[in-house]
Design a binder for this molecule. Structure first.
Ligand SMILES: [Zn+2]
Length: 270
């Protein structure tokens, strides 16, 4: 599943090129997770003003309204001046004067949704409940610790829930907790300010590094220009069950938490 760094890498790979381009046509393919919510013809003639991101949603701001794109479980976007005919798993083409933005999504859990603005439905509903952006300024240590205080669930699950801080998915939560030396099963409410600060810094570091590295290729990720990421070469614990910890040599342990795999070092993380 594309996580926040992959979505951000995707955004950066085409945002500048599509900015200011005029939409020539929008062509939906097979149904995606949610309906487009507007007649495709309405999009033609509009200019793409900016490409933003909130959590794992890309937000294409148009002259009228905003186009939300989500990659779901298996989606990827390609941006190309000469895209060729759509394949069987290509389910949305946004043809612009600068090139075509194409959603490829074999499992069709992704979505392209138009909304009049971010403050009204369907955008409001989709973006509601998202925590602060982990790479933004509003993600500060004091607020983070205060957000964890009332939560009695294990810290890993609180991170995945996305309402304290958004977009820290399974891979990055495991990696950040290792970096901070915190066991994923510790109750969020039990984290001291010092340990919470360490985790805050680790989350930023892991995500910023993943974006810098072009995302993860653990699930065949590639950006809209077709570049693959290299973050997978650097994982300390994720998908390394029974292999020696890089720091101490203890075998990495695999447990299940809320139906997700969690990897940690039983010696380095307490
Ligand atoms: Zn270790």
């Amino acid at each position: 599943m594309p996580e926040l760094p992959e979505v951000e890498v995707t955004r950066r790979s085409f945002a500048e090129r599509i900015r200011g381009a005029r939409i020539l046509s929008a062509t939906p393919g097979k149904p995606l997770r949610w309906p487009l919510g507007v007649a495709p013809e309405v999009l033609a003639g509009q200019t793409v003003r900016e490409v933003g991101r909130r959590g794992k949603y890309l937000l294409l701001e148009l002259d009228e309204g905003v186009l939300l794109m989500h990659l779901g479980m298996s989606g990827s976007l390609a941006f190309s001046p000469y895209p060729g005919a759509p394949g069987p798993h290509d389910h949305f083409d946004l043809v612009t004067t600068a090139g075509t933005l194409r959603l490829h999504d074999p499992r069709r859990f992704g979505a392209v949704v138009w909304s009049e603005s971010q403050d009204v439905d369907p955008a409001r509903k989709l973006l509601a409940g998202l925590g602060v952006e982990p790479l933004g300024e509003e993600f500060d240590p004091t607020r983070f610790h205060a957000g964890l205080k009332p939560r009695r669930a294990p810290i890993k699950q609180v991170l995945l829930a996305g309402d304290v801080v958004v977009g820290v998915g399974n891979i990055y939560a495991s990696e950040a907790l290792f970096l901070a030396g915190i066991r994923p099963t510790v109750r969020a409410s039990r984290l001291s300010r010092i340990r919470s600060d360490r985790l805050h810094a680790a989350i930023r570091q892991v995500l910023a590094r993943a974006v810098e590295r072009g995302g993860s290729t653990l699930r065949d990720f590639s950006s809209a220009t077709g570049d693959t990421g290299h973050f997978q070469l650097e994982v300390a614990v994720y998908a390394r069950a029974a292999q020696p910890c890089h720091q101490c040599g203890t075998p990495i342990r695999l447990i299940r938490q809320g139906q997700r795999s969690t990897f940690f070092c039983p010696a380095c993380q307490t």
